[in-house]
Ligand binder design. Structure first.
Ligand SMILES: O=C(O)CCC(=O)C(=O)O
Ligand SMILES: [Fe+2]
Length: 343
């Protein structure tokens, strides 16, 4: 929590509505109400999707019951384009712009930073890669997102990053890198993330771990807390270690998760992992930051300017009262009688 506090403060400063989402979005009754009201969409033409072999209805069914769908396959040329882009473009060490390095000069970056380098992020540089834009705009991803989140579904984040093998990372480093600690994400009132491995990931390759069904289940003690991360043992005891799924796959393997379910990255022990994440949410106003950086979405850079603490507080109160009055801003219109009864 302490490590993430500055990020939370920046989110709140940029947009006070974020606080309402961050505090209320963790409660299951709130999420269930949002889900019931969402205006789900079934009509998307996926014939031009690069993921032609994936079944949208199967993805939706798996996401609804398990919180996880693992059947996406990125075409080889697209995967190779993104990998080539990443290999030839400088990234930033450990979520800060202080040390910038081409991945081939990793050892030098460790020396320059003077501490372990767990990750290398591209931040907004990802916008220079046309193949990433093609994945992000793919009709199947949008269809699944609209089916799962409703017609307000929109891209809220695009992230490309390396995870590097290190032996001496501290707990705080691991926490910041979302590694080895089960947590849930509160990026929006409701969200969906698509992940793609651009390098092969086996058990030692830093696989993503997801605890199935936890997107719909939450003990009271995991709702009445501001913490999003909880000890792995506690989470697995509470929700069943049989639900722990380790996602392995070759380069191009893709999967979708409801990030409200408990999940984590794990440390890489063999060769660096390159991962692409495309996140969808439902609100156009949250303008979230990612570790101090504006989250890269289609409306990249549209962050609400900073305001005074008093303005922020008033906005938060107004937002909270609208929420408690049942007048949710900007999320949906009334559910149409023809909306499919998938849930
Ligand atoms: O690195 C991973 O596999 C997970 C990262 C993560 O927790 C996230 O992007 O929300
Ligand atoms: Fe996460």
């Amino acid at each position: 929590m302490a490590a993430r506090l500055p990020i939370y403060m920046a989110n709140m400063r940029d947009n006070p509505q974020w606080l309402a989402m961050f505090t209320l979005g963790r409660f299951l009754p709130v999420r269930r109400a949002l889900r019931r009201l969402a205006h789900e969409s079934a009509s998307h033409d996926c014939s031009h999707s690069m993921f032609a072999g994936s079944n949208m209805l199967a993805a939706l069914a798996a996401l609804r019951t398990e919180g996880l769908f693992t059947g996406l396959r990125m075409p080889e040329p697209v995967c190779e384009d993104i990998l080539r882009f990443a290999q030839s473009t400088s990234c930033f060490a450990n979520l800060s712009r202080r040390v910038e390095f081409p991945p081939s000069e990793y050892n030098d970056a460790v020396v320059r930073l003077g501490s372990p380098v767990l990750t290398g992020h591209y931040f907004d540089r990802v916008e220079e890669c046309a193949a990433v834009a093609a994945v992000r705009g793919d009709p199947l991803l949008h269809a699944v997102a609209a089916g799962y989140l409703g017609r307000k579904a929109r891209v809220i984040s695009t992230r490309l990053w390396w995870s590097f093998p290190t032996s001496d990372a501290s707990d705080a480093d691991l926490n910041l890198a979302s590694q080895e600690k089960l947590h849930f994400d509160l990026d929006d009132w409701r969200a969906l993330k698509f992940f793609f491995y651009l390098t092969p990931v086996d058990h030692d390759g830093g696989p993503h771990v997801y605890v199935r069904r936890t997107h719909n289940r939450r003990l009271a003690r995991h709702q009445w807390t501001l913490m999003v991360g909880h000890p792995n043992e506690e989470v697995l005891n509470a929700y069943g270690s049989e639900n722990k799924t380790t996602v392995l796959g070759g380069a191009g393997h893709g999967f979708a998760v409801d990030p409200f379910g408990f999940h984590m990255g794990t440390v890489v022990r063999n060769s660096p992992r390159l991962m692409l994440e495309v996140g969808f949410g439902v609100s156009s106003v949250l303008g979230r930051r990612f570790h101090g950086e504006p989250a890269v979405s289609l409306g990249f850079g549209a962050v609400v300017p900073a305001q005074t603490p008093r303005d922020n507080m008033l906005k938060c109160l107004r937002q909270a009262s609208r929420v408690s009055a049942g007048c949710w801003p900007d999320l949906w219109s009334a559910r149409s009688p023809s909306a499919p009864a998938w849930r």
